[in-house]
Each structure stands twice: as structure tokens, then as C-alpha cells.
Design a protein around this ligand. Structure first.
Ligand SMILES: [Zn+2]
Ligand SMILES: [Zn+2]
Length: 921
């Protein structure tokens, strides 16, 4: 007989038999008997596919094909040898026998074959009594280990329950298994039973119980175990210390981690990993790298866990260079393409790299990829605006989970592909994927961004149907969605339904609602709602810095400096709210945006510290005043003298500011752009859009075109829109048309795109196309934000639309304006009819022009504000002031001898003695 020569189709089984051959397994009658025993236990008649391969063994000298008990009985030699074997086994355990059992148990694990494992278990039971002897105990412990490895903890438990004398290994295996599946109660019960049975635990038992504490965040039990361990062992074992550090690290008690770490006489890689991980939990990223340095000095190079943890630290703490250093180190020690390190590297480069190829390079070289790697690649492509490539990767994914769907959906939203995001959402539902509040939140966000009223209603209905209607996070997303769709009634209705809508979600909801009111021009509602919150502090939300900051933001955006001042006082009165830098920044920004430079300066001087937002607000102030040179000086001061690191907003602002410099800003823009990388900032589309707008402003369209051509990913709608806008202002129709075609390529869903396109057609004199574009916009239910001007007087907002006659003092305003127009015409004002929509009949044009919202507002402001102390008339407008109104204001300042402070979306205008500050610059 030739056992070694048996042809077995699975590699795993072959290993088993070769291992027997390596041990010089000499065929003998006893071995025949052993084999026959397996056969008689029907080991080779297993139900599963993997073990079925064993049935393909060629006939042996002892038939292997159809041996059953009958055959065995018929074979006197086998029968005899079995009987003698069983007798012998009972008296004296055979180590060879046990060795084979152990090997077969291992085989079951390797093949992940529970059925096969159970058969071996049955065979062991047939010949092994649990006699409490060492041999049987070892074997039954192995059976338990087998079941645990095959994730059949309940089977393992049954074996355990039937064992008469379980030992420390038995207990520890089971405790460890329960710990890993989070069954804390079973862990504690078993540990106590073990102690009552007077079985001494070992360090592995302690580690197993600690694992359970880590999984269940049970600090109390963990600390008890810690004390027990110290009592038993004077010096803690390295494994116990590591587990304890893991526990304290998970529970963000990094001082305990470090204390344990410092006391360790010996450390291994896991000890270093635990202490590094502990720092991460408390956001002390720099320390993580210090520990890594010490670790290397101690002679450890780290493992995949060390590297992926550090890469996470570099990503979260914005330590780009350190991350790159870890990348080099991973190449050096051959772990660059390890699954977890590769995944972490992809995530790192998605955040910091300027080229999508850095991510693709790692992804393509990774020998094995999992769902995380592929999802990271999808996200990487989306971050670089490569929607098509992201889709390709997604479509080729063998395994897709809800995280992958969420990444794709969020990516679509990020790239303005709202409709694709919603289409994908439909697919998620059809395929019955798990719906999380993140998935639903993203779909709602897509509707909000698309401002698609119809779909918004549908998704609201769906969310309610699937039972997420009362989920607080979803509700605040719905409030945001409806407020972005200008459906404030619905938004308010959802908010008012109360229920579980409280705490943080209520805060988000309130913020969305207040911003929604403000954005859609319902200023009074915005402030009324806030005052109501202030008075009652109801809805379960206490007014905190964030909400006050938000409302200060609204005041700043709308130029309500008076309300802002009241809030300033309110904030100063708050005792329980620490006056933190965010609040200081909001105040500073509110004064600065409202054009109250003196108050802004006072706040700036009294601030305890200036952070990046403070500096950004300073630069933003210069942008509003169109002070390009001053903005660049402030920028230089920030990077040269302050300890503040600029962020992507700082770059965006200084780029925008360079539009107003007294010198050609091409060089400075290029310089700023290249320096972004040294701060670990990847230029976003908005940065490109800003530079395009600067180049366009300076009539340098060649540079703008070059920049667009050399973008790392295709220019998106934002960049083209920026180009189209400057083309319109500088009458570059040819390039404008190109930009328009690019915008039209991607489905236009934003009303502002239609307005821009319509305006360009108007400028080209193609009225028909212009009107058609506007009609198309109306057909799609898209609404343009109506142009509106407002002034704030005695705690009341007076807001005007064009030809608005709803104001109580409308009659007086119109007659005053008519007189003022005549006065202005006397000193040279000539109405510019090109600013009137073409569809208006010629004789009506002036009427339309004269009663623009800005003119109505400034007239009312003149009527109600006193001339004493020559207080300026302050008017705000939600869109750019039209050319005719701009010209009118100059004459207005002459005939009324008043200063007019005007803020529109392009910044501040001070009209004094017939001149505007925007033209002086
Ligand atoms: Zn106007
Ligand atoms: Zn101006």
C-alpha cells in the first residue's frame, strides 16, 4: 500500500499526507487499521464539495471507494485490528493516532469545512472517552479550537460543556472566542466559573478578558483585571501590557497608555503600535511621529499596523511630509503594497496629492485589493473630478458594499452630478442594499443641491415610507433640502413637527432654517425665528456659540450691523458660554462684511488670539473693499510673521484679491498656485475658477485658457462659469461661447447657469435665444433668486424688488424717486436702456429701469434717515448692482449731498460726491 502516493486533488490534503511521509510513516497493519477507522467513520463520504475531492482517491489496496461498516465487518483483518486498536487506545493513548486527528482537524480548518470537522469530532468521540487524561484533553481542546476557527462558537461551547475536566487552555480558548464576538456576559461568566473551579488563569486568559473589555468599551472591568494581574504577576507580561494599552488607548486615556508603556521593561512592535494608536485617539498626531522616531531608534521598523496608523495620523493631522516619509519607509521594508498599507497610502494621496496618478499607481501595483481599496480608488477619482474613471472602477468591482455606493453617490454630488447621484440612489433601492442614514442623507443632499422640487418631494415621501422619517439627522437634512429648494413652508413644517428632533440635530435644523430664510430673502423670518429661539430656548436647543456664530454670519451676509451689535452685547452677557475664538471671528467677520471697519478693527485688537479664520477675514475685508495691494501685504504678513498656516480659503481669498492689485497679477497668481503644495493644499476647482476670473478681469484670456488646458483634471462647470462671466464683462464673445458650450455639456441644473447663458445671448443681441434659455429654466421649475435690495431701519428690514409697490410708503417713495431722477438727469444722468430686459416695449424701458430695487431702496433710505451728522444711506443688494443703477447712485450722491454705502455681491461701493470707490481703486 502506498499512502504517500495517494492522489488527492486538494493541496491541503496533500500536505497532510506528505507530512506523514516526512515522518517516515511506515505502512504497517496498525496503520492500515488507522486508515480503515477513518473510512469506517465515513470520513470520506462527506457532504461538502471541498471534502468530496477526497472521494476521488484511486482505489487503495484497502478499498477506499465504498467502504462502510458492512465492508469493515466483512474484512476480518480490519475488524480485528480495530478492536485491538480501540482496546489499546483505551489503555494507553497513541500519540500517532492523536497526531493524525490533530492534522485532520487542521485540515478541516484550512478547508473551512465544518462538516468534515464534525466528522473528525465524531470519530474522536468514538474512540476517546473524556477520561480526563492529558491526551484526551489536548485533543478536545483542539476540537474546540477547530470549531472556534470555523466560527462555530456554539459547537465549541457544547464540546466544552461535555468535558469533565476543562483546563486553562479550554477556558481561555472559549473566553477569547466570546470576547472576539463581543459576548461580554459569557466572558465574565466563564472567567468566574474558572476562578471558582480553582483553575489558575494565565496571561492569555487575561488578554482574552481584556479583549472583551476593548470591544465593549468596559473600562471598569478592564481596570479590575488590571489590578488582578498586578496582584498575581508583579511585573506585567508584555502581552498583558499591550492589551491594557489597547484598552486605555481605545477609551482615550492616553496618559494611562504612556504610563504603562514607560514602565515596560521590554517592548515589542505591538507595544509601540498601542502607544502610537493611543495618541491618535486624542488627536496628538505630532506625538505619534515622535513615538515612531523613538521606535526606530529602539531598533523596530514597524509593521503594517504601525504604518497604516501613522498614515492615518498624517492624513488627519495634515502632516503631508511625514506621510510621504512613511511611504518611503514602507517601500524600504517591503510593505508598500500590503493591503492595509496600500489602502492607507491611497487615502493619504487622495487628500494631499495634486495628481490622481499617485493614487492610481499604488492601486494598480497592489497585488491584492479588497473592497476598501476599490472604494478608495472610486473616491480618489471623484476627488479629482474624474467621474468617468471612478465609474469604470466601480463597475469592475467584484464586491460592492454600501460604503462603495455611498462613496460613488457622494462623489457624484461633489462633482455636480446630482442627477447621477439620484439615479444611483434608485439603483441602491432596487438592489436592496442596506439603507443607512448616510445613504439617505446623501440622496437628500443631492436633491438639495439640484434644487429639484419634484424629486425632493419624492425622496421625502420615500424616507417616510422606509421609516427614517423621524430620524433626527434625516430630518435636519430634509429641512436643509427644502430650504435650498426655496420651500421654506415645508422646511418649517418638518422643523416644527418636533418629536425626536432635538439636541445637535435641532441645532443643525435651526441653522439650516435660519440660513434658508436668509438665503431665500425672508430676512425677517430668519431673525424672527432666531429671536424666538432666544426667548424660549425651546426645541430642546440651547443657544450656543455655533448658533450665535451662524446668526452673526447671517447678519454679516445681510449687512445687519445693528442686530449684530445687539448680538455682540448678548454674547458678552453670557456667562456660561466661553467667549471662544470662533465667536470672536464671527463678530469680526460680521463687522467687516457690514463695512463697519472701525468696529471690526476694535474686535480684531481685543481678540485673545488670531487664527487662520481671523487672517482670512482680514483678507476678505480687503477683497470687499477691492484693496488688492493691501490684501497681498496682509497675506505676506500672515505667512511671514504669524504662526498661522494658511488654508485653502486663505489661498482662494488672496487669489481673488489679486484681481484688484495695482499691477498685473499673473506672476503673483502663479507663485501662489505653486506655493499651495508646500502647505499640503491641493488646488480645488474654486481656486482655478478664481484665477480664471482674475486673468479674465485683467483681459488676459490667453493665460486663462492655458490654465484651463493644463488643469490636472477636466475643468468643471465652476471654472467655465467663471470664464463665461469675465467674457461677458469684457465682451469676449468667442471664448464666452466656448465656455457656454462646456457648461451646456454637463446638464445645467443651476439657475445661475441659465441666467449667465441668457445674458451672454442678450449681449450678443440674440434676444430670441436669450428668452428661450429663460423659458427653458422656467419650464424646469428652476427659479432665479429674485434681485432684491434692502435697508435696515429701527430694527426693521425694508426690502424691495424691482417695481415693488408693496411697501406701505410706496406712494411717497415713488414720487420722491421721480423727482430725484429728474434732478439727476439735470446734472448728467442718462438712463442706460441696455440694462432693461429686451422683451419690454421701448416706451416702457425707462419705467423698468427707473424702478430697479436699488433705486427704490436708496430713495427710501434717503427719506427715513436723518441728514444730521451726514450719516450714510446704507443699502444691501443680493446680486451685482446693474450698470445703470451704479451710474444713478453717483448722481444721487451729488443731488442729495449724501454718502451712500452700497454692498452688492461684488463688494462695497462708497458713492461720495459723484464718484464710486470701486472706480477709484
Ligand atoms: Zn439696476
Ligand atoms: Zn461702485
Amino acid at each position: 500500500m502506498n499512502i504517500v502516493g495517494v492522489s488527492i486533488s486538494t493541496g491541503a490534503s496533500f500536505t497532510l499526507f506528505t507530512s506523514i511521509s516526512n515522518r517516515k510513516f511506515t505502512p504497517s497493519i496498525r496503520n492500515h487499521a488507522n486508515l480503515s477507522l477513518w473510512l469506517s467513520s465515513r470520513l470520506f463520504f462527506l457532504p461538502t464539495a471541498k471534502s468530496a475531492s477526497l472521494c476521488q482517491m484511486p482505489p487503495l489496496s484497502i478499498s477506499t471507494t465504498a467502504i462502510d461498516d458492512e465492508d469493515v465487518k466483512k474484512n476480518p483483518i480490519i475488524e480485528k485490528s480495530r478492536d485491538s486498536y480501540v482496546r489499546r487506545r483505551k489503555s494507553k493513548p497513541s500519540s500517532d493516532q492523536d497526531e493524525i486527528f490533530s492534522n485532520l482537524l487542521r485540515l478541516a480548518v484550512r478547508n473551512q469545512d465544518v462538516g468534515f470537522g464534525s466528522q473528525i469530532h465524531a470519530a474522536i468521540l468514538k474512540i476517546h472517552d473524556d477520561d480526563g487524561g492529558e491526551g484526551s484533553m489536548v485533543l478536545f481542546n483542539k476540537v474546540i479550537a477547530m470549531y472556534i476557527k470555523l466560527r462555530r462558537v456554539s459547537y465549541a461551547r457544547k464540546v466544552f460543556d461535555q468535558m469533565k475536566f476543562p483546563d486553562v487552555v479550554t477556558y481561555t480558548s472559549l473566553i477569547s472566542a466570546y470576547a472576539k464576538c463581543g459576548k461580554e456576559r459569557e466572558v465574565v461568566d466563564l472567567f468566574l466559573t474558572m476562578r471558582l473551579a480553582d483553575i489558575d488563569f494565565n496571561e492569555f486568559t487575561i488578554v482574552a478578558v481584556l479583549t472583551s473589555c476593548i470591544r465593549n468599551f468596559n473600562l471598569k472591568l478592564g481596570m479590575q483585571v488590571h489590578v488582578l494581574a498586578i496582584k498575581i504577576y508583579n511585573t506585567l507580561d508584555i502581552y498583558i501590557s499591550n492589551a491594557l494599552m489597547g484598552l486605555y488607548g481605545r477609551l482615550q486615556r492616553s496618559h494611562d497608555v504612556v504610563r504603562l508603556f514607560d514602565k515596560m521593561p521590554n517592548r515589542d512592535v505591538s507595544s509601540w503600535n498601542a502607544v502610537i494608536f493611543g495618541t491618535l485617539k486624542e488627536f496628538r498626531y505630532e506625538q505619534a511621529f515622535t513615538f515612531f522616531h523613538d521606535m526606530r531608534m529602539a531598533g523596530f521598523s514597524g509593521d503594517k499596523f504601525t504604518l497604516s496608523t501613522l498614515l492615518m495620523a498624517s492624513e488627519e493631522g495634515l502632516y503631508m511630509e511625514e506621510g510621504e516619509m512613511i511611504h518611503c519607509h514602507s517601500i524600504k521594508i517591503g510593505l508598500e503594497l500590503d493591503l492595509s498599507v496600500g489602502n492607507a497610502l491611497m487615502s493619504h494621496y487622495t487628500k494631499f496629492s495634486h495628481h490622481v496618478n499617485d493614487i492610481v499607481n499604488i492601486f494598480e501595483r497592489m497585488p491584492s485589493k479588497d473592497v476598501i481599496s476599490c472604494t478608495s480608488m472610486v473616491w480618489g477619482f471623484m476627488e479629482f473630478g474624474k467621474v468617468k474613471s471612478a465609474l469604470e472602477v466601480f463597475n469592475q468591482m467584484k464586491e460592492i458594499n454600501s460604503v462603495s455606493y455611498n462613496a460613488l453617490m457622494a462623489g457624484f454630488c461633489q462633482n455636480g452630478e446630482y442627477l447621477q447621484a439620484l439615479e444611483l440612489f434608485r439603483k441602491v433601492i432596487e438592489e436592496g442594499m442596506e439603507l443607512s442614514d448616510f445613504t439617505l442623507g446623501t440622496a437628500i443632499h443631492a436633491c438639495a443641491l439640484a434644487s429639484d422640487v419634484e424629486r425632493s418631494k419624492q425622496i421625502h415621501g420615500f424616507v417616510t415610507k422606509v421609516g427614517f422619517g423621524s430620524n433626527a439627522r434625516i430630518k435636519s437634512s430634509l429641512v436643509d433640502m427644502y430650504s435650498k429648494c426655496n420651500r421654506m413652508k415645508e422646511a418649517r413644517m418638518i422643523f416644527d413637527t418636533g418629536g425626536v428632533f432635538n439636541g445637535e440635530s435641532c441645532l443643525i435644523g435651526s441653522t439650516s432654517l435660519i440660513c434658508g430664510y436668509a438665503r431665500n430673502g425672508y430676512f425677517e423670518e430668519a431673525l424672527y425665528f432666531f429671536t424666538k429661539l432666544l426667548k424660549h430656548e425651546r426645541f430642546g436647543v440651547s443657544i450656543d456659540e455655533i448658533l450665535v456664530s451662524t446668526v452673526l454670519g447671517v447678519c454679516g451676509d445681510l449687512g445687519f450691523v445693528d442686530i449684530g451689535k445687539q448680538l455682540h452685547v448678548y454674547v458678552l452677557k453670557l456667562k456660561n458660554h466661553p467667549f471662544d475664538v470662533t465667536l470672536w471671528n464671527s463678530l469680526f467677520s460680521m463687522y467687516s462684511k457690514s463695512g463697519s471697519s472701525d468696529d471690526a478693527a476694535k474686535v480684531y485688537d481685543s481678540m485673545p488670539k488670531h487664527d487662520v479664520t481671523t487672517w482670512n477675514t482680514l483678507i476678505a475685508g480687503h477683497v470687499l473693499h477691492r484693496q488688492g495691494d493691501e490684501a497681498v501685504i496682509t497675506w505676506k504678513k500672515m505667512i511671514e510673521t504669524s504662526n498661522v498656516t494658511p488654508d485653502h480659503i486663505s489661498f482662494l481669498l488672496v487669489l481673488l484679491a489679486s484681481k484688484y492689485t495695482s499691477y498685473d497679477p499673473v506672476d503673483i497668481c502663479h507663485g501662489l498656485f505653486t506655493s499651495m503644495s508646500s502647505y499640503g493644499i491641493k488646488p480645488h476647482e474654486e481656486h482655478y475658477a478664481a484665477i480664471v476670473s482674475v486673468f479674465g478681469h485683467w483681459n488676459n484670456f490667453n493665460e486663462a485658457e492655458d490654465l484651463i488646458k493644463n488643469m490636472p483634471s477636466e475643468a468643471g462647470a465652476l471654472v467655465w462659469r467663471s470664464l463665461l462671466d469675465t467674457c461677458r464683462l469684457n465682451s469676449n464673445f468667442m471664448l464666452g461661447k466656448q465656455a457656454m458650450n462646456h457648461i451646456l455639456e454637463s446638464t445645467p441644473t443651476d439657475p445661475s447657469t441659465y441666467i449667465l447663458i441668457s445674458n451672454l445671448y442678450s449681449a450678443l443681441g440674440r434676444w430670441h435665444r436669450s428668452e428661450k434659455t429663460r423659458q427653458e429654466m422656467r419650464d424646469k421649475g428652476l427659479r432665479k433668486v429674485p434681485s432684491q435690495s434692502w435697508i435696515f431701519h429701527q430694527n426693521k428690514i425694508h426690502s424691495f424688488h424691482a417695481r415693488d409697490q408693496t411697501h406701505l410708503e410706496s406712494k411717497d417713495i415713488y414720487s420722491a424717486l421721480n423727482i430725484l431722477i429728474l434732478e439727476c438727469m439735470k446734472v448728467g444722468y442718462a438712463p442706460d436702456r441696455s440694462y432693461v430686459l429686451h422683451e419690454v416695449e421701448e416706451f416702457q424701458k425707462e419705467n423698468f429701469l427707473f424702478y430697479h430695487s436699488a433705486k427704490l431702496a436708496v430713495t427710501y433710505g434717503h427719506l427715513i434717515t436723518t441728514m444730521k451728522g451726514s450719516r450714510a444711506v446704507r443699502v444691501m443688494k443680493n446680486v451685482r448692482l446693474c450698470g445703470d443703477c451704479h451710474s444713478f447712485m453717483k448722481f444721487f450722491s451729488v443731488v442729495t449731498a449724501r454718502k451712500i454705502f452700497f454692498r452688492d455681491t461684488s463688494g462695497f461701493h462708497w458713492f461720495i460726491d459723484g464718484r464710486c470707490s470701486c472706480e477709484v481703486q
